[in-house]
Design a protein around this ligand. Structure first.
Ligand code: URA
Length: 270
């Protein structure tokens, strides 16, 4: 059977999300529609008018054009170009002096879920890929317990460089790197985001609230639902492994929102 027509609210949400992604990518205006459109005053309330109310002066054809998602190959190419721009970045002198290399991100450009961590650690700095150390192994197990392979998720960090001695990223460093993260997310266009740890959550969402207050409910980044949960490094045996239960609760909420099956308790990450 054919899919039902999308609900107008879904279309409006998708359009808003796409426009916000374009804005995050630095595109501030759209061309006005060239083709004739029904004059605004002739449109009935609740039809196209509701969309133009949302988007101010953008005419419906411009909205439709804005909703045309660039092909995956173009987005993959642009992501590679962005990674090339990030590689020689000199914005944070202390990080530049200490890093082996930048750690951009990994995963499919059309991933449904993007996982965002804090910053590369020693293993990541050496190998050039996020979450490849002990915390990464646990992240892989959490994803597997959720029925997802690491390879189907886009994984990146707030910072693209390792802070010396793995210290917490400074606000000025996160601000310097923010453009890269926003552009990355505008290209990947994930349907869902999961922030790991307080630093990732606070930086993405622009809040100082502690993770304990942010986890367990959805937040919003440019129209994308965001779940925040504990960082896997915090769950390692020498830290607070008892918090795994909270992470599992958060992941179940995320899976439900994604429309994915909730695995049985036996499948929980060990
Ligand atoms: N911790 C993070 O936040 N990111 C990584 O890539 C590795 C460890």
């Amino acid at each position: 059977m054919a899919d039902p027509a999308p609900h107008p609210h879904d279309l409006a949400r998708q359009a808003r999300q796409h426009l916000e992604s374009l804005k995050a990518a630095g595109i501030e205006s759209l061309p006005k529609a060239q083709s004739p459109v029904t004059p605004r005053r002739e449109r009935s309330e609740g039809s196209a008018t509701s969309a133009s109310t949302l988007f101010g002066d953008s005419e419906p054809t411009a909205i439709v054009a804005a909703m045309a998602v660039p092909p995956v190959d173009d987005r993959r190419r642009e992501l590679a170009v962005l990674a090339d721009q990030v590689r020689p970045c000199q914005r944070c002198s202390e990080l530049v002096a200490a890093r082996t290399q930048t750690v951009f991100g990994v995963g499919p450009v059309d991933a449904e879920l993007c996982v965002i961590g804090e910053a590369p650690g020693g293993d990541e700095d050496r190998l050039g890929e996020p979450f490849v150390g002990a915390a990464g192994q646990l992240l892989n197990r959490i994803l597997a317990a959720c029925g997802m392979a690491r390879e189907e998720v886009y994984i990146c960090n707030i910072l693209k460089c390792r802070p010396p001695a793995n210290r917490t990223p400074r606000p000025d460093e996160a601000a310097n790197c923010r453009e890269y993260l926003d552009r990355q997310l505008a290209l990947v266009r994930p349907k869902f985001i999961c922030c790991l740890g307080g630093t990732a959550a606070q930086n993405l969402l622009g809040t100082t609230a502690p993770l304990g207050k942010l986890r367990g409910r959805f937040h919003n980044y440019n129209g994308i639902p965001v779940m925040c949960t504990y960082h896997p490094a915090f769950l390692l045996p020498h830290r607070q492994p008892e918090k795994k239960k909270d992470v599992w609760d958060d992941m179940k909420m995320l899976l439900a929102r994604m429309g994915k099956p909730i695995p049985t308790p036996q499948g929980r990450p060990g």
